[in-house]
Write a protein that binds this ligand. Structure first.
Ligand SMILES: Cc1cc2nc3c(=O)[nH]c(=O)nc-3n(C[C@H](O)[C@H](O)[C@H](O)COP(=O)(O)OP(=O)(O)OC[C@H]3O[C@@H](n4cnc5c(N)ncnc54)[C@H](O)[C@@H]3O)c2cc1C
Length: 465
């Protein structure tokens, strides 16, 4: 009998999980309830696609490992994505002051629309593996004897069952996995939510003439000021556009009206984002997203977890998007699944449990960063800082402070935020020394812009009147 794997959801986690399984299964079928666009287009099942998405170095590396022979970076750059070095290509105001821009580039991130990224990944997987995509909504899992054996699905032609030796749930934040498993007798999957009430507001602008090379600009939120967090980012994406994303926690939510949107950016601790966009031409409405709380499931802790079934991507853990980690964590989880499958094949006893444990490890680092900071906002639900949080926070704030004026501290921070190094790096002797030494250079009094960038900024302000 043919060995079939089924993946629920054709988002990033789903397509990458399918790639991971494709070497071991005779047939991999990805099911999505959406009709997927032929090109890089927005779609209903991916509402977050209207918002800015950063692809971190750790995530890109995992994606490229999963589809060997394809340079995702080259494909995305050819389609207009921006390649941004963390060391020199970002202007960032943090709660501890302005970060410097260094001569060394450090790790890079890719900036493009989510529509382009999904299309590039989907095309790479479909062109280079035997994965097949079908339009269908999964209604439930089927299974017996401690094993998931397939799915029940709905198509315009009616409902039917599809058997599979292995099933992956990659159906995103709205996954019904607790409910699906309950009907197979698996109950009480531990779950934790940390909800700062964050709202994201995004508007797309045409990049003003002359500002094409202006760096990615961020004014970060301050979780430690006992006030709602407020932040803004100008992200260059393909097609000569800026995606301008604002984010505010409960009590500090950004508005959806255009005037309020601009005012919000100008009222931040530094008005740089507002100064950049005040004269720029908007190309879209303001889009809001409220699907931003941190929520994590712990399937690795369930004693009777079924064989033949794994949960990945946002269905496993979804984060406050301010940290730009969700897609990369999804890719790391899929890569781990691929490694396990290569080792023992699809039918290996305990595969699901081992893959789930591995995926949990990639979630840990991202969760510590996102939930670990969100607990500090005054009206966050689902957690307050405990003694351990206070200790870790004191240390990581000192690291951030040091990074404003120490290359070694800055490069540690880049590796951690790029998910190319795990939390263990925090206690590396070099890191501890950099933290103890603090910033070696004096704090910057304003944004670290080049002479040319200052000229562009002033010209934009004059143009805005
Ligand atoms: C405002 C915002 C900004 C973000 N910014 C970033 C960022 O900068 N960097 C980053 O890495 N991450 C970011 N994220 C997170 C990122 O969007 C998610 O981590 C990522 O989409 C997870 O991918 P996924 O494949 O798990 O889920 P999704 O992308 O949500 O895909 C799930 C898929 O499953 C399908 N589906 C659902 N239910 C069914 C069903 N029953 N049957 C069949 N198909 C089904 C859906 O149609 C969809 O295609 C952001 C999120 C938000 C909300």
């Amino acid at each position: 009998m043919a060995r079939r794997a089924v993946v629920i959801g054709a988002g990033l986690a789903g397509m990458l999980a399918a790639a991971a399984l494709s070497g071991a299964a005779d047939e991999v079928i990805v099911l999505d309830r959406d009709d997927l666009p032929d090109g890089p287009g927005h779609r209903k099942g991916l509402p977050q696609g209207r918002h800015a998405h950063l692809l971190l170095a750790g995530g890109l590396a995992a994606m490229e490992d999963l589809v060997p022979g394809v340079s995702m970076r080259r494909t995305l750059l050819a389609a207009g994505a921006h390649d941004i070095p963390l060391g020199s290509g970002i202007v960032s105001h943090t709660p501890e002051g302005w970060f410097r821009r260094w001569r060394h580039d450090g790790p890079r991130l890719l900036a493009c629309t989510r529509a382009l990224l999904d299309w590039a990944v989907r095309t790479a997987v479909l062109d280079h593996t035997r994965v097949e995509l079908r339009t269908a909504q999964v209604l439930e899992l089927t299974g017996r004897g401690g094993r998931v054996t397939g799915v029940r699905l709905s198509t315009p032609a009616g409902e039917r069952e599809l058997d599979a030796e292995f099933v992956v749930d990659a159906s995103g934040r709205g996954s019904r996995v607790p409910h699906w498993l309950e009907s197979l007798g698996v109950t009480d999957i531990p779950e934790r939510t940390v909800d700062s009430g964050l709202v994201n507001a995004t508007r797309v602008y045409r990049v003003p003439e002359g500002a094409e090379r202006f760096p990615l600009t961020i004014v970060q939120a301050d979780p430690y000021a006992n006030r709602p967090g407020r932040s803004a980012m100008v992200l260059p994406v393909e097609g000569g556009r800026w995606m301008v994303s604002l984010a505010g926690t409960r009590g500090g939510e950004p508005p959806a009206d255009p005037e309020g949107f601009l005012r919000y950016t100008l009222d931040l601790p530094d008005p740089l984002v507002g100064r950049l966009i005040s004269g720029a031409e908007p190309l879209s409405e303001v889009h809001l997203s409220r699907s931003t709380h941190n929520v994590r499931r712990y399937p690795e802790k369930v004693r009777d977890w079924p064989e033949g079934f794994v949960v990945l991507g946002d269905a496993l853990a979804a984060f406050n998007p301010a940290y730009g980690q969700g897609m990369s964590v999804a890719a790391l989880g899929a890569r781990f699944l691929g490694e396990e499958v290569r080792r023992g094949g699809l039918g290996a006893a305990g595969l699901a449990r081992r893959a789930q444990r591995g995926a949990a490890r990639s979630v840990d680092a991202a969760w510590a960063m996102a939930a670990g900071q969100d607990v500090w906002y005054p009206r966050t639900r689902g957690g307050r800082p405990n003694a351990a949080d206070r200790l870790v926070t004191r240390y990581s704030r000192r690291l951030t402070k040091a990074a404003t004026g120490s290359y070694r501290a800055a490069s540690t921070l880049w590796d951690l935020t790029s998910l190319t190094a795990g939390p263990g790096r925090l206690l590396h002797p070099g890191t501890v020394l950099a933290v103890l030494n603090g910033p070696l250079l004096p704090p910057l009094q304003g944004p670290p812009l080049t002479v040319e960038e200052w000229r562009v900024l002033r010209a934009l302000e004059r143009g805005a009147g």
